[in-house]
Design a binder for this molecule. Structure first.
Ligand code: SF4
Length: 631
């Protein structure tokens, strides 16, 4: 399997790899998906190039279907480092397969001095690494520009030291999280009470690192085998100043940063266009770059007439005649905007500063500029959402269709999934969402509006992983190899709850009840699994944002929605209500290959969050909006 090199041989590199020195750190950098998907992740490309530029690192890439030739001709345990970039929760079990393939013990606690240090990064791990924490020696929290050089330098300095000593040294690097130096404490009722350092000298929390340079990421490799063939990707902006309250892409990567036009974007674009004629402008909020119109004007030159330009989703309020016209003339067929909801009230609740009229104007300008389609992204199951809000979304789409005849409308819609470090991190997934997805389909499909719903069932699994803690690690072990089946996740959870499986080599209580993890609204004083990881705004501020949105106007608890995160006896004892009968839902994770690519993003670049972040909230519906490139 690892011998298939044909894909890699079509690559054009935009950097010069160093020749590894004799004592270089032998490193495998893995991506938990195929080559086509992995190489389309700007974050993965950048991390690989950062390591490959160093002569003191000998890095080989590994995908699920191919890889670079192994060190010394064979994949062996003689590795020093094994890294993985994870940007999609549902890829987590694949990490375990990749470790096994390399003969690396899966549980960090079982690794010895001769085993490689297993490290990871990317938005999933930066947001909430805890379900995977027992498998990692090191997690890098934040922007790779800062973290990777510091991480490798310290490893080089302490090479030859015992594993424990190496990890202690790494724990002193800002943003480097060593899970084994923290221990969760649970109460008798199974509620998480604290996550505390296990050794003296280990700080009580680890802070995400933020790159503040005026250049951002750009492609380091171009290949026709990428999910977006031969595309040159340039990161225009990182994070988003809009602070929609569900949005990981915004909150996890604050502050909003933009690349300099003259010193960053233009040279980056020129570099790529010397070897390809396809350009992708990426970021959570590209059109909010203060000089985005200048960039468009520059791209409007005759010499770029044959260049196909794609952009991530744009804020509806920033759609201009110039934007539509230039994108249409550069091979773009449609624009993507995220509206979240057709309900004015609900957009206010989520802090989406978007007027109804602006949506109509965006549609009109999209059509007038010569584009043939408009994709809109929304969500169901948002906190406080009522049936009327869902009707308002359908009404809005139908009104848009009447107002802009001839413009192809597509609604991508997903279920709200709570994300760590956002104001809605305390909210649960709402079971009503499933019926609301169906309701939208019933109203829109007969009217010729294409609906692209994300699978409700997979949103449930995503929630499990986005809110879970270390007690989920045995579930990941158990589902390995069958992770494409919803039923397998549920069976694995049940089996772990019932203690039917081999005990892990570390002390882990059974996972919390399914409903408590997925649907419960957690109280303000509940200890969060990511409490010890500082990423962006403090919880007091996030709670205030949440209260501004919901205050006393919270949606009534459904019968299945537990109010506090504290659990009732039935569930403690393994009642997994809500897990049954779901096996009909969906076959695998949502998304075509293009979506899949959008789901994989950079280690530490903000663009990643948007990429996959669903396109906004990563995983939450927008799962397509921002991350998916318009084309
Ligand atoms: S949902 Fe979109 S507009 Fe809102 S904060 Fe996230 S990236 Fe910005």
């Amino acid at each position: 399997m690892l011998e298939s090199q044909h894909s890699l041989n079509q690559e054009i590199l935009l950097f010069t790899p160093a020749v590894p020195q004799a004592d270089a750190l032998r490193t495998v950098l893995a991506f938990p998906s195929t080559y086509a998907v992995g190489i389309t992740s700007l974050g993965y490309q950048v991390v690989w190039a950062t390591l490959a530029r160093r002569s003191d690192v000998d890095v080989r890439r590994l995908f699920t279907d191919c890889g670079d030739p192994p060190h010394g001709g064979h994949w062996s345990r003689a590795l020093d480092l094994f890294g993985v970039s994870l940007s999609w929760e549902l890829d987590a079990p694949v990490l375990l397969d990749l470790l096994e393939q390399q003969n690396i013990p899966l549980w960090a606690v079982e690794r010895r001095d001769g085993d490689p240090i297993v490290f990871g990064g990317g938005p999933v791990l930066t947001a909430n690494p805890e379900p995977l924490a027992p498998f990692f020696d090191v997690v890098l929290l934040g922007d790779g520009e800062l973290l990777l050089p510091a991480f490798v330098d310290v490893l080089r300095e302490c090479r030859g030291a015992s594993r424990g000593e190496q990890l202690r040294r790494l724990a002193g690097v800002p943003g480097v999280y060593i899970p084994s130096f923290f221990s969760p404490r649970y109460g008798r009722d199974g509620v998480l009470e604290a996550i505390e350092p296990t050794e003296p000298g280990i700080p009580a929390s680890v802070t995400r690192q933020t790159w503040r340079g005026n250049t951002l990421s750009q492609s380091t490799v171009i290949t026709p085998e990428a999910a977006w063939p031969s595309i040159h990707m340039v990161e225009v902006a990182r994070s988003c100043p809009e602070l929609c309250r569900f949005c990981l892409a915004s909150y996890l990567t604050l502050p909003f940063r933009t690349a300099s036009l003259e010193d960053g974007l233009i040279p980056a674009v020129e570099t790529g266009l010397a070897v390809t004629r396809r350009l992708g402008l990426l970021g959570a909020s590209v059109t909010q770059h203060p000089q985005f119109s200048e960039l468009l004007g520059w791209l409007d030159q005759e010499r770029f007439a044959d260049v196909r330009v794609s952009v991530s989703s744009v804020r509806a309020a920033t759609v201009t005649p110039q934007l539509s016209r230039i994108l249409a003339s550069r091979g773009c067929r449609s624009l993507t905007i995220a509206i979240e909801s057709g309900s004015d009230r609900l957009r206010t609740v989520v802090n989406k500063k978007l007027e109804r009229q602006e949506i109509f104007t965006a549609a009109r300008l999209t059509k007038e500029g010569g584009l043939s389609g408009l994709k809109l992204y929304g969500m169901v199951g948002l906190p406080s959402e009522e049936e009327d809000d869902v009707e308002a979304t359908a009404d809005l789409l139908l009104a848009l269709k009447r107002a802009t005849p001839g413009l192809r409308l597509t609604l991508g819609v997903s279920t709200f999934v709570p994300k760590a470090h956002t104001p809605f991190q305390w909210e649960g997934l709402r079971p009503e969402a499933e019926k609301r997805l169906q309701r939208l389909a019933r109203r829109l499909k007969p009217k010729g509006i294409e609906l692209r719903p994300e699978s409700f069932g997979w949103s449930v699994i995503q929630t499990l992983l986005s809110r879970g803690d270390r007690r989920l690690a045995p579930v990941l072990m158990a589902v390995r190899g069958q992770q494409d089946s919803l039923g397998a996740w549920k069976r694995a959870y049940r089996a772990v709850l019932a203690k039917e499986l081999e005990a892990p080599p570390l002390e882990l209580p059974p996972p919390p009840p399914w409903l408590d993890l997925v649907q419960a609204r957690w109280s303000a004083n509940q200890v969060l699994p990511w409490e010890h990881l500082a990423s962006g705004l403090p919880n007091t501020t996030l709670w205030r944002h949440r209260q501004d949105a919901l205050g006393a106007k919270e949606a009534p608890q459904t019968s299945e929605q537990h109010p506090t995160g504290h659990v009732d006896a039935a569930v403690i004892h393994g009642n997994v209500r809500g897990m049954e009968g779901d096996e009909h839902q969906g076959g695998g994770p949502p998304g075509s290959i293009e979506e899949g690519a959008a789901h994989h993003a950079p280690l530490g670049t903000a663009q990643e969050e948007h990429q996959h972040e669903s396109h906004h909230q990563q995983g939450n519906g927008q799962a397509m909006a921002h991350g998916q490139i318009n084309g």
